[in-house]
Design a binder for this molecule. Structure first.
Ligand code: AMP
Ligand code: GLY
Length: 418
């Protein structure tokens, strides 16, 4: 099969790395890819958000299957466009990807189908939003409705902070049109766990649970990032909690989307908070998480192409998805200044020495030039280790990161520990 993966970060490197192991995948392409992906797939210079360009390339090059990984092309309807061109594609159509693209939509869906989540109200009027905040008091959470690169959420500890956030979103248009509708919700408390699940429109199979580390600095301090590291499985996600999530959250979500005429095929990302009243949904994403995918796919013991095909064919109930025993940890090595600002183009050394220690180094933001690998983004690498226990996986990832260096390299020293 000739397979194309859309995207170019650490998550797409992990997906390509796993697909490259499938005997069914004879030719693997990635658009746009990156310096590390180039080792396992042929990189194609088409932007991930260029729907027409991607469909044209896939058609001209006779792709048998396309996997769309990032949120924006999914929201733009890339899967719909590929299907219309007769090319089988993995990922939700735009009408189902909306569970990530619109928080107002996903909150409404959860309310209608009694899926546990934070109490909330949706506003398009600034004054009404401000009076609601006054009435509710703090802590309170303010969210821009649309996609905002994970930055459109403010967990405000004071009323003033919440008011400022609403003004920035609605008045100053800090997130453009994404912020003209805001969702204001109750602040939930508890550990956060992520569960990704394969879906075929009707059936759902959860992957290993995971946890990521969103803040830039140790001790969960500093600004939110795309994720500074992740591990799986989460020790907090007990079999009892898993059963409850399946019954109260996962199956009802898939059934709700189907009932609404928006069957979901692809990966649903359940961001969960384990509150004292039980697990509740923090957010849905319509795709694999980054960096959660790196440790999770490192633990997968089934052909990923078979799973993708089953999701598209609606036969997920017929496939046995297996996981390796033990645990995995991904440590992100970022550029200095990330996530606020960072410089690129620095040479990276020590990659071969790291991999000789038995880890996989997934590339998030790199480019290959004249036989050298250069930094090309905020998050640069994801050093990913598997081991019989989480402790050992963490130790192995940190040990393997030691030989790697590039100018102003920055990483957290407490991944998996807080
Ligand atoms: P989101 O983009 O919706 O995942 O939000 C980003 C982060 O904000 C989450 O990972 C949580 O840590 C936090 N958050 C979002 N919604 C809530 C909530 N209702 N209560 C407490 N924390 C929240
Ligand atoms: N790691 C969080 C996300 O992918 O949204």
């Amino acid at each position: 099969m000739k397979v194309l993966v859309v995207g170019g970060g650490g998550r797409e490197h992990a997906i390509c790395w796993k697909l490259a192991q499938s005997p069914r995948v004879t030719e693997l392409y990635c658009a746009p890819g990156n310096g590390g992906i180039a080792q396992v797939a042929t990189c194609v210079p088409v932007k991930a958000t260029d729907v027409d360009g991607m469909v044209a390339w896939a058609r001209e090059n006779a792709m048998d299957f396309v996997m769309v990984a990032p949120d924006d092309p999914l929201a733009l309807g890339m899967v719909d466009a590929l299907e219309a061109a007769g090319i089988p594609a993995f990922g939700p159509r735009a009408n189902a990807a909306i569970i990530e693209a619109s928080k107002a939509f996903s909150k409404e869906l959860m309310k209608k189908y009694h899926i546990p989540t934070a109490q909330y109200e949706t506003f398009t009027d600034l004054d009404k939003a401000l009076s609601y905040i006054q009435a509710q008091g703090a802590p309170i959470v303010v969210k821009a409705d649309g996609l905002a690169l994970g930055k459109g959420v403010v967990v405000a500890s004071t009323v003033e902070e919440a008011e400022t956030a609403v003004r920035e979103m609605m008045e100053d248009k800090k997130f453009g049109e994404s912020g003209s509708t805001v969702v204001i919700e109750e602040c939930m408390v508890g550990p956060e766990v992520t569960v990704l699940a394969f879906c075929d429109g009707e059936h759902l199979v959860p992957m290993l649970s995971s946890q990521d580390h969103k803040r830039a600095y140790d001790g969960n301090q500093g600004p939110n990032t795309g994720g500074m590291g992740a591990f799986c499985p989460s020790p907090k996600y007990t079999p009892e909690i898993a059963d409850r999530c399946m019954r109260d959250i996962f199956l009802p979500t898939v059934a709700a989307l189907k009932a609404e005429g928006r069957p979901f095929k692809g990966v649903i990302y359940f961001g969960l908070m384990l509150t004292k009243d039980g697990p509740r949904v923090v957010e849905y994403n319509a795709r694999f998480g980054d960096p959660e995918t790196q440790p999770i796919l490192s633990m997968l013991d089934t052909d990923l192409m078979d799973i993708f095909q089953a999701c598209v064919d609606g036969t997920l109930d017929k496939i046995d998805i297996k996981w390796k025993p033990g645990a995995a940890c991904c440590l992100v090595l970022a550029s200095g200044g990330y996530p606020v600002s960072s410089k690129s183009g620095y040479p990276i050394s020590g990659l071969a020495e790291a991999e000789a220690l038995g880890v996989t180094v997934f590339h998030a933001g790199t480019k290959a030039e004249d036989g050298k690998v250069l930094t090309a983004g905020g998050r640069v690498l994801g050093v990913t280790a598997t081991a019989p226990s989480l402790e050992e996986a963490i130790g192995k990832a940190y040990a393997a990161a030691k030989p790697i260096s590039f100018q102003d390299m920055h990483f957290r020293t407490d991944i998996g520990k807080v």
